[in-house]
Design a protein around this ligand. Sequence first.
Ligand SMILES: NC(=O)c1ccc[n+]([C@@H]2O[C@H](COP(=O)([O-])OP(=O)(O)OC[C@H]3O[C@@H](n4cnc5c(N)ncnc54)[C@H](OP(=O)(O)O)[C@@H]3O)[C@@H](O)[C@H]2O)c1
Length: 274
Amino acid sequence: MPHTTEHLTLPDVGFGTYRLNGADGVETISRALQGGYRLIDSAFNYENEGAVGAAVRSGVVPREDVIVTSKLPGRHHAHDQALACIEESVYRTGLDHLDLYLIHWPNPARDQYVEAWQALIEARSRGLVREIGVSNFLPEHIDRLVTETGVTPAVNQIELHPYFPQADQRAYDTAHGIVTQAWSPIGRANELLRDPVLTGIAEDHGVSVVQVILAWHTRLGVLPIPKASSPDRQRQNLEAATIELSDAEVDRISGLGRPDGRTADQDPAVYEEL
Ligand SMILES: NC(=O)c1ccc[n+]([C@@H]2O[C@H](COP(=O)([O-])OP(=O)(O)OC[C@H]3O[C@@H](n4cnc5c(N)ncnc54)[C@H](OP(=O)(O)O)[C@@H]3O)[C@@H](O)[C@H]2O)c1
């Protein structure tokens, strides 16, 4: 089931691009587009908006079929800097607009994410971006955006995988009509991929552990954005949304959650990324 926001229809699965840079990045991202991905994630801080734009402009698929995402870094939350940064993001891609723009981290200690949000609202009304959202925002951060600007983010992109299933944040997002996207959806291919619960379910379905994890995201109503380099992995990941897990399997996977299950120590309440 595609996810809808006021201005966009988002696919079941998107494509992560962290560490896909330069000419190799263009090739890998172009292959992903060719293979069927229609949502490409990026960020000002990944230094690859140029590679993403080149892949999209190569004409592998019609421009209007692709949702190009980027994110505002913490060092540019001040209103005018944020607008200049969004203009620069668009410029770097060589496209005339981006489709989705997110505030990358709330950086609450700096307390500038509300003015950053006002800049995103303005960027949308100027046509620089079609849809706006946030990343790594906790309920208290989103509540403030809504109270102070009256505009609810369309998307919240958060760390989410079986060791960190984020039940409370997902429930909050759903209650507010916000699409939850999952970053590091397969836990950056760490020990999660050897978990016996997951390997058992994968064996029962005759699919890979990664596919089981991505099918679980789909069942939760979450949009995962796995990054994969080879065409085979890209295809596997895209096809995972069609695997049907039982309710009991979904519950067993969600039961793997741990309070300290983050892949890195990045609690948005205190984490600073500029
Ligand atoms: N908003 C944020 O703060 C934030 C933070 C982190 C990430 N992100 C976004 O989320 C995207 C995804 O997260 P991530 O890149 O951290 O981690 P991830 O997608 O969970 O994992 C990527 C790793 O999994 C491997 N992999 C992919 N498909 C596989 C398969 N079918 N079988 C086995 N291994 C497989 C990849 O290897 P190969 O590449 O070698 O194939 C890569 O090492 C990023 O690329 C980025 O766009 C956002």
